[in-house]
Design a protein around this ligand. Structure first.
Ligand code: PGA
Length: 252
């Protein structure tokens, strides 16, 4: 059975001290009440080492929110996949719409990042999703399948096993406007079919596909009950332990 994951994406929030407190809070609540899914904390680079030390590795995994598209060298300010791995983080979020939109990350840049992440033993949470105009034009399926194909379909089936997909309709991110469970399920089914066409049914059935975009405790249960939705990538609601646990709890 494929893995269920609830992953937080802190984005550019929390000082180091605040981040450690948040990680402690999540760790405590998960330890106390349990989790029927893999719990991941996606944090800024500077938090990674401390968050890895703070949480119980059996309960919580740690993820970066990005990595460089170059292996090493004279790239001032960048952080490589090898550096991320060396903190003890196990995952990296790549292709988030904010990276695509504000930092010009194209499919071909993302392809480089994916290759480096996998080569360094990280699991990739790869984000895809359409903007509002594309949704209104009925192009969401076309957009997400081309994002998947362009950045990921050069991978072998063995490599693809380390990819988690996250469908995040851009119009739903941070807007309070969640996709309906039916809208999300429809796109998730299209993504899974696209993976099946390339890698076969078994790989597709084993691929975890998360939903992201204003997911919160009040809508997580219904979203996660859809047959092709395997958890969530959570922004705003991952910044408080109780809010985040309210989503994890959807699987209890
Ligand atoms: P949100 O963000 O939950 O605040 O909408 C989700 C994301 O961007 O991953």
């Amino acid at each position: 059975m494929r893995k269920k994951i609830v992953a937080g994406n802190w984005k550019m929030n929390k000082t180091l001290q605040e981040g450690i407190e948040l990680a402690k809070g999540v760790n405590e609540i998960v330890k106390k009440n349990g989790a029927n899914c893999t719990v991941v904390l996606g944090t800024p680079f500077i938090h990674l080492t401390e968050v890895v030390k703070t949480v119980d590795a059996n309960l919580i995994k740690v993820s970066a929110e990005n990595c460089a598209d170059k292996a090493s060298g004279a790239y001032t300010g960048e952080v490589s996949a090898a550096m991320v791995k060396s903190t003890g983080a196990e995952y990296v979020i790549l292709g988030h719409s904010e990276r695509r939109q504000y930092y010009g990350e194209t499919d071909s840049i993302l392809k480089e990042k994916v290759d480096l992440a996998l080569a360094n033993g990280l699991q990739v949470i790869f984000c895809i999703g359409e903007v509002l105009a594309e949704r209104e034009a009925g192009k969401q399926n076309e957009v997400v399948t081309s994002q998947v194909k362009n950045a990921l379909f050069h991978l072998s089936a063995e490599q693809f096993a380390n990819i988690v997909l996250a469908y995040e309709p851009v119009w739903a991110i941070g807007t309070g406007k969640t996709a309906t469970s039916e809208q999300a399920q429809d796109v998730h089914a299209v993504i899974r079919a696209c993976v099946a066409e390339k890698y076969g049914n078994e790989v597709a059935e084993n691929t975890t596909i998360l939903y992201g975009g204003s997911c919160k405790a009040s809508n997580a249960k219904e979203l996660f009950a859809q047959k092709d939705i395997d958890g969530g990538l959570i922004g705003g609601a991952s910044l408080k332990p109780e809010d985040f646990y309210g989503i994890i709890e959807a699987y209890n």
